[in-house]
Ligand binder design. Structure first.
Ligand code: AGP
Length: 613
């Protein structure tokens, strides 16, 4: 996620802004920039690609930028390559309005079209530049001042934003606006600070204001005024921050992994909203795959590693069921060396959070060398796989800090659901009514994930009972088998407990000999037509001494006659069940790791991105 900072006082702003940005580096970024006003002089803008060091060097640690009022930004690219041109701050061409932004403007194309009709030009590929010019447009058209112009823009913008804005005519003021993206404002004496997150201002004050959704603020030197969307002044009381700096980076969560588990509703919502229009139609035009091509697909290969491979495992059931296209899922490390036979009318999908995994990148190159079209599902804009794939579908999970992936995995699933629904619609294997039903259900997933997270203490209690477990089995059939693969990997990765995911129908062919008294067997039972079969496989384990945990939908209460512990998830379309069933499994692995006192964010022997073979 991007990081924004602002300062208004009597000290030089740039060094303070730079220091604030360093406190937000954990949020992940690929470029940065500052805008500083020195009284009524024109705004000075400096931007740099890469790490903050580049910006420090360009501004001599901020000393080279004179002025006591300014804003700063670290950019995590969501729209447009990571480069200086796309780096924030962005400005109107006459620099009447300059701003930094954290969030996603979903209707940026519609707004850009409006501004183009009013002779605006665009120099970057960002959604932020469009928001800045929209504010400029309203400021000039209605002449109602900064609060009015921002309020009018907020009424038109759909998406999420934390905005900090400078206006040429108001040299000693910063204006901010917020919807869904975080922002905090602090005052210390005759200085005012703002930032995306508390760590950036904790050094100066613990008394902060949390600006509300759809609210605007005017930051003076040691003063702040709040307005609602109707431009009415509103009163706010400051709150005291009790966190220390490290806890603040995790937004008050104990670890990045649990923070990111809780960011999944937003990651899912953002990934849906960047491709699904208000009317429920799916817009995959940014991928550049035309419908004629989609109709011709005779084979899809999904190639990935680790959790991304597990997304592939559930994808095959979803795509084959909806689109009737044969799907083969492969480990990238196997695919790249087996001289694969690829259908010339096929598509190779490479899934990768980092976009830098060596095996996945090599598999992509292998497919391209055989002339097969490639599609990357990637979380990091401008990463190697994103750049080399013929088509790219970006997940909107934001930077993922914990080594064990959670929110990126969930966002990858959304991309697969959208691809499957779109391909099925284009190929005529589902009708518009079915599409509308599925899109409506897809939009409920963030709320359903939130509901599961409300139940996390129950899973925490259960985890404590098995902190000494030596072997855990995860079993399921069909999509549930794919779900258990991710549950097992989470368990192994962060709690160091050996576990295996097994096709439930396969256990009796040997592995069941490992089941003994007290062995924990976790069954995923989200697929209605396979429910009874999997339950009977679980009971086979129970007769051999296993302790059974089941994961199934609300309503299947008869499971409690068999399972010793059950986690219920909200009902959903069976194709989307993974998005819900995986949450308790992520939590189980996390709590077992924490119970064992392990380094859950940085497990031993692991790296966030495996860029070597
Ligand atoms: C998952 O929690 C692990 N971090 C690991 O399996 C990961 O999914 C795998 O290395 C693939 O990484 P990528 O998605 O960045 O390609």
């Amino acid at each position: 996620m991007c990081g924004i900072v602002g300062f208004n006082g009597y000290e030089q702003a740039a060094p303070i802004l730079l220091e604030g940005l360093t406190k937000l580096e954990y949020r992940g970024y690929d470029s940065a920039g500052l805008a500083v006003r020195n009284d009524a002089n024109d705004v000075e803008l400096v931007k740099a690609k890469g790490r903050l060091r580049a910006l420090y060097e360009k501004t001599n640690g901020g000393i080279a930028m004179q002025g006591t009022c300014g804003i700063g930004h670290t950019r995590w690219a969501t729209h447009g390559e990571p480069n200086e041109n796309n780096a924030h701050p962005h400005c109107s061409d006459d620099r009447n309005v300059v701003a930094v932004h954290n969030g996603i403007i979903e209707n940026y194309k519609e707004l850009q079209a409006k501004l183009l009709r009013h002779d605006y030009k665009f120099y970057s590929q960002t959604d932020t530049e469009i928001a800045v010019k929209l504010i400029d447009y309203y400021y000039k058209k209605y002449k109602g001042g900064p609060v009015d112009a921002i309020a009018r823009a907020m009424m038109r913008i759909r998406g999420s934003y934390a905005l900090a804005v400078l206006f040429k005519d108001y040299p000693n003021e910063i204006y901010t606006a917020r919807k869904d993206s975080p922002m905090v404002i602090g005052i210390a004496g005759d200085e005012t600070f703002m930032a995306s997150d508390v760590p950036a201002i904790l050094k100066y004050t613990r008394n902060v204001y949390f600006i509300g959704n759809m609210e605007i603020a005017r930051l003076g030197k040691g003063t702040v005024e709040f307005f609602n969307i109707d431009r009415e002044l509103i009163e706010k009381e400051p709150e005291e921050i009790t966190w220390d700096a490290e806890a603040a980076e995790k937004g008050g969560f104990e670890h990045f992994m649990i923070k990111e588990i809780h960011e999944q509703p937003k990651a899912v919502r953002d990934t849906i909203n960047t491709s699904v229009n208000e009317d429920g139609t799916i817009d995959l035009s940014p991928l550049g795959i035309d419908e004629e091509e989609i109709r011709k697909y005779t084979q899809i290969h999904i190639v990935a590693c680790g959790s991304a491979y597990h997304v592939g495992m559930v994808s095959q059931y979803i795509i084959e069921d909806l689109c009737r296209i044969p799907v083969r899922v492969e480990l990238a490390s196997e695919f790249r060396y087996r001289n694969p036979i690829l259908d010339p009318n096929g598509l190779v999908i490479v899934i990768s959070q980092s976009g830098e995994t060596a095996d996945s990148l090599a598999a992509l190159r292998e497919a391209k060398s055989k002339g097969i079209p490639t599609l990357g599902i990637v979380n990091v804009i401008g990463s190697s796989i994103a750049r080399e794939a013929d088509h790219v579908f970006y997940t909107m999970a934001g930077p993922e800090i914990a080594v064990a992936t959670t929110k990126a995995y969930s966002a990858q699933l959304i991309c697969i659901y959208l691809l499957a629904i779109k391909f099925a619609e284009v190929r005529g294997t589902i009708d518009t009514e079915k599409r509308d039903q599925m899109i409506a259900e897809l939009r409920t997933l963030p709320y359903k994930i939130e509901r599961i997270l409300e139940d996390k203490e129950r899973i925490q209690w259960f985890a404590a009972k098995f902190s000494n477990a030596k072997d855990i089995f995860f079993i399921g059939r069909g999509i549930d088998y794919g779900i258990t693969m991710e549950g097992s990997l989470k368990m192994k990765e962060v709690s160091y407990i050996h576990s295996e995911a097994y096709a439930a129908g396969e256990l009796k062919h040997g592995t069941i000999s490992l089941v003994e008294d007290g062995t924990l067997v976790i069954g995923s039972l989200t697929q209605k037509e396979l429910y009874e079969k999997t339950l009977s496989n679980m009971l086979e384990c129970k007769t051999r001494g296993a302790y059974l945990m089941g994961i199934t939908s609300y309503g299947n209460y008869s499971i409690e006659d068999s399972a010793d512990f059950t986690v219920y998830i909200p009902k959903t379309d069976p194709h989307f069940a993974t998005s819900l069933a995986v949450i308790p499994l992520q939590l189980l692995g996390y709590y077992l790791s924490v119970t064992k006192g392990l380094n859950v964010d940085k497990p031993r022997n692991l790296a966030k991105s495996v860029t070597v073979e």
